[in-house]
Design a protein around this ligand. Structure first.
Ligand code: NAD
Ligand code: TYD
Length: 340
């Protein structure tokens, strides 16, 4: 039977990679991309699919019930069973430290609106894309499992935790057909250059300083975005309703090591590294135990950092125009030109 997926946040980093992958791997499925086009949404990522039959873009805000209804109306027109893959979020920790309210609005209230409309419309499945940051911070050892207590530290992580709990409440209260995924730090094409890896590549290319927070020894578990998208598809198709799945890269590196590798890859000197004041409440280490998704759904990351970091650097180098348009803000003109 035909499937129609409402993908929220499909113009963002992971969402656009997911839409592009779906168009390749499940070409018969319909996609309704519901995105508010905040600063992080870039329709230029999706030019390869914008004319594809069964792909529709809905410019709308998940905090507005009428916008979400509009996306469901579009999905109904396309036919088949309707499911939701929910990526839309305010996603940058540093912005949440400056101002938490937009994070509560989109991540908490927006998720609740989406849950309410999805339930009223009888969705088949709902995948809520969350983060390992809900588990808080680790010391030098140990891993986050799906049973690790939720102890978010940043306003971003707290808002994602609240949204996870609203999804859990819908599952428990209404038998709502949802699943939750919690992944580690993603990297790859189309990531907005405010996050560590694309920012450092962009700055290195322009011979600008590379700002390292604190001592540079904070550790993240890096996951190539393509691996993440494949894991989400796997969870969508085969995951057990009501369950949480951790998704990780088995790929821990301190920030300074990442930055040195980027400089080597771009061919720029380490003298560009600049230590700056630490992030407030900076989580020391994240590391995911992804045994459950491996055992139950047979998913494992395919890309190692040694392969995928050079691929990522090469992508940003070959997409200099994309980067320039994002850095200058010119990408925001695309929507008006394309959609009027
Ligand atoms: P992103 O910031 O690149 O993209 C977010 C997208 O959501 C943008 O297209 C934006 O326009 C859209 N959006 C924001 N507010 C909206 C609203 N109110 N209504 C509709 N659309 C709205 O984020 P990303 O890095 O692609 O992350 C996607 C999801 O994955 C998020 O839920 C995030 O919490 C989660 N996640 C990301 C990472 C990572 O490393 N990037 C790691 C773990 C979890
Ligand atoms: P980031 O990409 O913002 O992801 P998150 O905070 O969600 O893990 O940051 C990754 C790591 O890199 C984190 O430890 C903070 C650090 N960092 C810097 O040292 N300098 C920077 O300019 C940025 C953006 C991040």
């Amino acid at each position: 039977m035909t499937k129609t997926l409402i993908v929220t946040g499909g113009a963002g980093f992971i969402g656009s990679n997911f839409v592009l992958m779906l168009a390749e791997q499940r070409p018969e499925w319909n996609i309704v991309n519901l995105d508010a086009l905040t600063y992080a949404g870039n329709l230029e990522n999706l030019t390869a699919v914008e004319d594809k039959e069964g792909y529709t873009f809905v410019h709308g805000d998940i905090t507005k019930p009428l916008d979400v209804e509009r996306a469901f109306d579009e999905a109904s027109k396309l036919g088949g069973s309707v499911s939701v893959i929910h990526f839309a979020a305010e996603s940058h920790v540093d912005r949440s430290i400056v101002s938490g309210l937009p994070f509560v609005e989109t991540n908490v209230c927006g998720t609740q609106v989406l849950l309410d409309v999805s339930r009223a419309r009888g969705v088949e499945r709902f995948v809520h894309v969350s983060t390992d940051e809900v588990y808080g911070s680790l010391g030098a050892t140990g891993f986050f499992t799906e049973e690790t207590p939720l102890q978010p530290n940043s306003p971003y992580a707290a808002s994602k935790t609240a949204s996870d709990l609203m999804v859990r409440a819908a599952i428990e209260t209404h038998k709502f057909p949802a699943l939750i995924t919690r992944c580690s730090n993603n990297y790859g094409p189309y990531q907005f250059p405010e996050k560590l890896i694309p920012l450092m590549i962009a700055n290195a290319q322009e011979d600008k300083p590379l700002p390292i927070y604190g001592d540079g020894m904070n550790i993240r578990d890096w996951l190539y975005v393509r691996d993440h998208c494949e894991a989400i598809l796997r969870v969508f198709e085969a995951g057990k309703l009501g369950d949480v799945y951790n998704i990780g890269g088995n790929n821990e590196y301190p920030n300074i090591e990442i930055v040195k590798r980027i400089l080597a890859g771009v061919g720029k000197p380490e003298s560009l590294i600049t230590y700056v004041e630490d992030r407030k409440g900076h989580d020391r280490r994240y590391a995911i135990d992804a045994q459950k998704i491996k055992d139950e759904l047979g998913w494992e990351p395919r890309f190692t950092f040694e392969e995928a970091l050079p691929l990522t650097i090469a992508w940003y180098q070959s997409q200099d125009t994309w980067l320039q348009r994002v850095r200058s803000g010119a990408y925001r003109e695309y929507y008006a030109a394309q959609y009027g």
